[in-house]
Write a protein that binds this ligand. Structure first.
Ligand code: 0A1
Ligand code: ZN
Length: 850
């Protein structure tokens, strides 16, 4: 257990370590309860540093012995590490420690999952493996010898040699300890090869538990596509002889970019048509790409300290989103990213957990692997690219890769590259890294003497620790349409730098309709009092696919809010008829049409109401959304069968964008149809399904209308041996349960023999689904809050990282009525007051309580 006494680390306090590491030799003798790790590390004083305090991080280690230059030493030990007196010049540190991977339920450091050994060292897990300067600016060449009775023994870099019960690996690229990895187990591989652009042969492997071999082909395809893409688009080729990927069932996050040995949550790599949905396939492709791209943006160029996390994460998320756009549909990807940003990053940035893309302090760095660092971090890269243009961006990236290869860098280094290439001063742009909160952008328009003027005002509400905000640089993409629907001004990038600023478009013969913030060119809340008429016009005519979708989204939101607040009795039927015409347009990508059918989530509606000064009532929101879906189904009844036929896929299953788009549209239509036919069509699809997308969408349609009892039993019987599919079974029953039953359902499922709180995927399947059932979680009697708090307290004792992440389900607590607020505050306080609560969860709940 970590020390819970809060210790805050500040960016401003950064100092380099007093010693550099020339190389590291590790010998790891595996044993479930008594693994021995022997280290031999060559240190030399760091000429760039003044401080000569020789402190090595180390947690939960039993030190057996230590030597300096061959002579035994007795370091001073604490629960954070050790201190030792060392020679003035270079010296060799040797030590042996004992650790117990079998009892490591935190899944950080060396741990066991189904009998296999694996590691997770980012951010600060290496210190649970041996004593070391566990900070990303200490980079070293590692040689690793693994001893154990397992057929497969893997570490970073290239294989050196192996024999019965041992293997040796050498990684020639200096790396920080957080990229160290080791895997041992009874694994089987899916092998392949890749020839790099300079003709180098690379051996590729995806390693899995026996039985999972059939689920590797897609991940391998995605890996090869990523390798080719990084060569073609960024000119970067792979730099080792071998690239290994391992699938692990127990993993706190999606995956990890360890040098040459990526470790994946099995949910983020294993796929087959029968067991994985199209959404799973797309996510796997993106995560494989993300981890592979880290080899350049993260590994070869790493972070100086953990405050710079967005340097690698923002850029790598940006790169993987470009990859997905190229592999699939760019507008569909952009819309999906914005939906996700609004669902996860906006609430974070508009609540008590708000922090800058580059935070300035933390207690537990694991709490900062957030949507803000990742997704807003990627938005910042996108804005920078929009501002400098594609060609200059490409030049800057080449300079970045050349100038900083092998270094541990900062955001200042990154921005300096762009300043050098463009001659621009990026001081103001840098506020995107230091100011937290979502800017609100107001638009007003005027038309006079043939000139159309757009006046923008920006304002960022106060966030924790930041009351006053300065104007940020906003790239605002705008296009103008004539009343007949022709584009009179094509997409133009306006660069807003002031708090208030106007832009003129002259020479117009009639008042145009403005399409503002095309492609969501900046991550802001756009406040635009557009009329319903204008939105309908944009839905029909905008040439920008994002803004066409956005106009529809705004219409959906307005219509729902009008029903929630009682301003309108039912949905806006004129809009629904207009939407139906667009959805019937067979020339449009089905995936895009499916997105048009999506509604803002209930949580998003709650936030929108809150922003208008209305206290959201989760039950009314739920009722309005249900009524809307019912009315829409009834209104479109006559067209549904024809539309559904158009989405039928007769070709053999392919997980590509084309087929996935058809299935996505088909699933939305099926959900509507189920409200009309008592579930007959859904049951038929369920019974005949030959792929998980079809099977699961039928199942959720049936759950929504309360007709899923037999399908749920059949599903469980069919899939009880497949952990990943069973996660879906656990999740959908809670996520789609009627709000009054969600808490009971979650409680019941925790008693199912297959519920295992130690498996993060299973825990998230249940309690992530509960938190996602908006009206169910926010039940007026507080049962949802109490249940989640109970389980988070239990989980925290075993796995602080996952418990702390899931505490964020409470981050929106101040949106709701006084009674719900009091109940959520009580739940948070109860978590906070738990004796022995981890540093991770302590930080999260204290930030939320303010
Ligand atoms: N760097 C990984 C994500 C990751 C972060 C932390 C972890 O443990 C605390 C594990 C994985 C990525 O961006 O994919
Ligand atoms: Zn990453």
């Amino acid at each position: 257990m970590k020390d819970a006494a809060p210790q805050t680390v500040y960016l401003a306090d950064y100092t380099p370590f007093g010693y550099g590491v020339e190389d590291v030799h590790l010998t790891v003798r595996l044993d479930p309860g008594k693994t021995r790790v022997q280290s031999r590390i060559r240190f030399a004083p760091n000429p760039e540093a003044q401080d000569r305090d020789f402190f090595l991080h180390g947690e939960e280690l039993t030190l057996l012995w230590a030597k300096i230059d061959g002579a035994a030493v007795t370091p001073q030990l604490s629960d954070q590490g050790l201190r030792c007196t060392v020679p003035d010049g270079p010296f060799i540190w040797e030590a042996e420690v004992e650790i117990a991977p079998e009892s490591n339920t935190a899944l950080e450091g060396l741990y066991m999952s189904n009998g296999m050994y694996c590691t997770q060292c980012e951010a600060e897990g290496f210190r649970k493996i041996t004593f070391y300067p566990d900070r990303p600016d200490v980079m070293a060449v590692f040689t690793v010898r693994i001893e154990g009775p397992h057929p497969v023994l893997l570490s970073n870099g290239n294989p050196v040699d192996s024999g019965e019960g041992w293997a040796e690996w050498h990684d020639p690229w200096p790396k920080p300890a957080y990229l160290f990895a080791l895997v041992a187990g009874d694994l089987v591989n899916h092998p392949d090869r890749f020839t790099t652009m300079s003709g180098k042969e690379v051996e590729l492997n995806i390693w899995v538990r026996p039985g999972d071999e059939g689920k590797c082909a897609f991940g391998m395809q995605a890996l090869k596509a990523s390798m080719r893409w990084d060569e073609e688009v960024y000119g970067r080729e792979y730099d080792l002889d071998i690239f290994n990927v391992v699938a692990v069932d127990d993993f706190n996050m999606g995956a990890m970019e360890n040098k040459g040995l990526n470790i994946f949550n099995s949910a983020a790599v294993l796929a087959s048509p029968e067991t994985s949905t199209d959404a799973n396939f797309e996510r796997i492709e993106a995560i494989i790409a993300h981890e592979y791209f880290h080899n350049r943006t993260g590994n070869r160029i790493t972070c100086r300290d953990w405050f710079q996390l967005c340097l690698k994460e923002g850029l790598t998320v940006y790169r993987d989103s470009e990859f997905t756009s190229d592999m699939r549909s760019a507008p569909v990807k952009r819309i999906g990213d914005v939906i996700d940003l609004r669902a996860r990053q906006f609430p974070e940035d508009q609540g008590p957990l708000s922090h800058p893309v580059r935070p300035e302090s933390f207690q537990e760095i694991n709490n900062f692997y957030t949507a803000t660092v990742y997704e807003k971090g990627a938005e910042v890269i996108g804005m920078l690219k929009r501002l400098v243009g594609d060609e200059v961006y490409a030049k800057a990236l080449t300079l970045y890769f050349d100038r900083h290869d092998g270094q541990a860098c900062t955001i200042e280094d990154w921005l300096k590259v762009f300043e050098d290439v463009t001659g621009r001063d990026l001081t103001q742009f840098k506020r995107w890294y230091s100011q937290s909160g979502t800017p609100h952008l107001q638009v007003a328009e005027r038309f006079e003497n043939g000139t159309f003027t757009l006046t923008f005002k920006q304002r960022t509400p106060p966030t924790p620790g930041q009351d006053e905000k300065l104007p940020q640089v906003l790239p605002i993409a705008v296009g103008l349409l004539s009343p007949s629907g022709d584009e009179v001004v094509p997409t133009t990038l306006l660069e807003m730098t002031e708090a208030e600023q106007s832009f003129d478009f002259g020479g117009l013969s009639e008042r145009p309709v403005a399409s503002v913030l095309r492609g969501f060119s900046a991550p802001v809340v756009l406040e635009r009092a557009a009329s319903r008429q204008e939105r309908l016009f944009l839905l029909a005519h905008d040439t920008d696919p994002f803004n066409r979708w956005e106009a529809n989204r705004a219409l959906a939101q307005e219509s729902l809010i009008a029903s929630i607040t009682g301003a309108e009795a039912g949905p806006d039927t004129a809009w629904l008829s207009a939407l139906l015409e667009v959805v019937k347009n067979a020339a449009q990508d089905p995936a895009y049409r499916a997105l048009l059918l999506g509604l803002p989530s209930q949580s998003e509606l709650a936030q929108a109401l809150h922003q208008r000064g209305v206290t959201p009532d989760p039950d009314s929101i739920h009722a309005a959304a249900e009524a809307h879906r019912q009315t829409r189904a009834e209104l479109w009844q006559a067209d549904l069968p024809m539309l559904a036929r158009e989405t039928e896929v007769t070709a053999p299953f392919r997980p590509d964008a084309e087929q996935a788009g058809k299935r996505a549209l088909g699933s939305s239509l099926l959900a509507m149809q189920s409200r009309l036919d008592g579930g007959a069509a859904a049951q038929a699809q369920f019974d005949g399904a030959d792929n998980m997308t079809a099977q699961l969408s039928a199942l959720t349609s049936l759950i929504t209308i309360g007709a899923a009892d037999s399908a749920l039993r059949a599903f469980e019987k069919q899939w009880r041996h497949d952990r990943l599919v069973m996660d879906k079974w656990f999740g959908v029953q809670i996520a789609y349960a009627p709000p009054a039953m969600a808490v009971e359902m979650a409680g019941l499922l925790t008693e199912h023999p297959a519920f295992d709180m130690k498996n993060p995927n299973r825990f998230r399947a249940v309690f992530g689904a509960l938190a996602g059932n908006h009206a169910g979680f926010h039940r007026a009697d507080g049962a949802g809050y109490d249940q989640l708090a109970d389980w988070l307290i239990k989980l925290d004792a075993k796995n602080p990282q996952t418990a702390a992440r899931m505490c964020s389900a409470f981050q929106t607590w101040r949106r709701y009525d006084a009674d719900r607020q009091a109940r959520m505050r009580a739940a948070l306080t109860r978590i906070a007051d738990t004796p022995g609560l981890s540093r991770d969860s302590t930080e999260m709940v204290t930030r939320m309580l303010g």
